[in-house]
Design a protein around this ligand. Structure first.
Ligand SMILES: NC(=O)C[C@H](N)C(=O)O
Length: 338
């Protein structure tokens, strides 16, 4: 008899899901095999591999590159991959994997939990079960599975510190959900993102010399210039509302213009979680646009900053980065106006 079970690879990286109590507080301590043991039997053939054991607060560009390499090198022979990961920076990792692994040819599903797997009433078993089901049935792509929803990774934001409903898919419905009878997953049409890459490519070059600044009334634009003087090669500004920036008294618009004239890209995103940036509507947005600010449109800040790091890693110049931000690489941005 042939074995028809789907083959899934579990890559464990740490996070609360794998954490155990220590005198210093919760620390990752459980292996992927231990997570699987607690979870119990699954209708898949699952292989576990521990690649990191970190709280995700410690996951940085070096770890993104390593995770991407592991996915790229180990993916052959599997129907899908689940990456167990801390929740704190999961949305950043998912976004960056989207850019590092363009044209990914199997589903890669990140998941984690708010309560360790070891705790009796943890959310970990449910999240893992849904992640495995997603890895077995979703179209190729990078996803986050959490609290019964499967979301495009590059659209996700962590919105809760402790609640089980920790992730929201921003400006795009979840690509799939667990059905109310709990038997299946209901997939939606926006699960599939056509890729320019016919084959999966691994490109882990990033430039982490970027800054992300949340604007607030009273912010001194000289700070922005100080960042550039300190070696910053690109800035994401979380501006107000549709992307507006102040020019009165403290002239943020002028500072942005001066930085762009030095060839340094400035991406204008919104502090608002939902809906898009539109620099054309108000004078305070148009002024920034005239100075050369690049609109982040409906991207999350997590996606914008990782896209910028990746673009700078490819040594794109200002105009190439502008063109790159006008393109949808893997479902992270809506280019056409509704
Ligand atoms: N819920 C979690 O996983 C939080 C943890 N500090 C982490 O991100 O690794």
């Amino acid at each position: 008899m042939t074995n028809t079970k789907k083959k899934i690879l579990l890559l464990s990286t740490g996070g609360t899901i794998a954490s155990v109590a220590s005198e210093e507080g919760l620390v990752p301590g459980q292996s992927g095999a231990e997570l699987l043991h607690t979870l119990g039997g699954q209708p898949y053939e699952i292989t576990a591999k521990d690649i990191l054991s970190l709280d995700s607060s410690n996951i940085q560009p070096e770890e993104w590159a390593y995770i991407a390499e592991q996915i790229y090198q180990l993916r052959r022979g599997y129907d899908g991959i689940v990456v167990s990961h801390g929740t704190d920076t999961m949305a950043y990792t998912a976004s960056m994997l989207t850019f590092m692994l363009q044209g990914i040819d199997l589903p890669v599903v990140l998941t984690g939990s708010q309560v360790p797997m070891q705790a009796i009433l943890s959310d970990a078993p449910d999240n893992l079960r849904v992640a495995f089901a997603a890895a077995a049935t979703c179209k190729p792509g990078i996803y986050i599975a959490f609290n019964r929803q499967i979301m495009r990774g590059c659209r996700c934001v962590k919105i809760r510190t402790t609640g089980f409903d920790a992730f929201k898919s921003i400006n795009m419905d979840p690509v799939a959900q667990v059905t109310s009878d709990g038997i299946d997953i209901k997939h939606s049409a926006n699960e599939y993102v056509p890729s320019e890459h016919a084959i999966c490519t691994l490109n882990t070059k990033v430039n982490p010399h970027v800054a992300m600044v949340k604007l607030f009334p009273g912010f001194d634009p000289a700070m922005l210039k100080a960042m550039v003087d300190a070696g910053c090669k690109g800035i994401v500004v979380e501006a107000y509302g549709l992307g507006g920036m102040n020019y009165m008294r403290r002239n943020m618009v002028k500072a942005v213009g001066e930085i762009i004239k030095q060839g340094i890209p400035v991406i204008a995103c919104s502090q608002c979680l939902y809906e898009r940036t539109d620099l054309t509507k108000y004078e305070v947005g148009r002024a920034a646009l005239l100075e050369g600010a690049i609109s982040g449109r409906d991207m999350t800040s997590e996606s914008a900053v990782t896209k910028l790091m990746w673009a700078l890693g490819q040594e794109m110049d200002l105009e190439e980065i502008r063109a790159f931000f006008n393109k949808d690489i893997a479902g992270e941005v809506t280019i056409a106006r509704p």
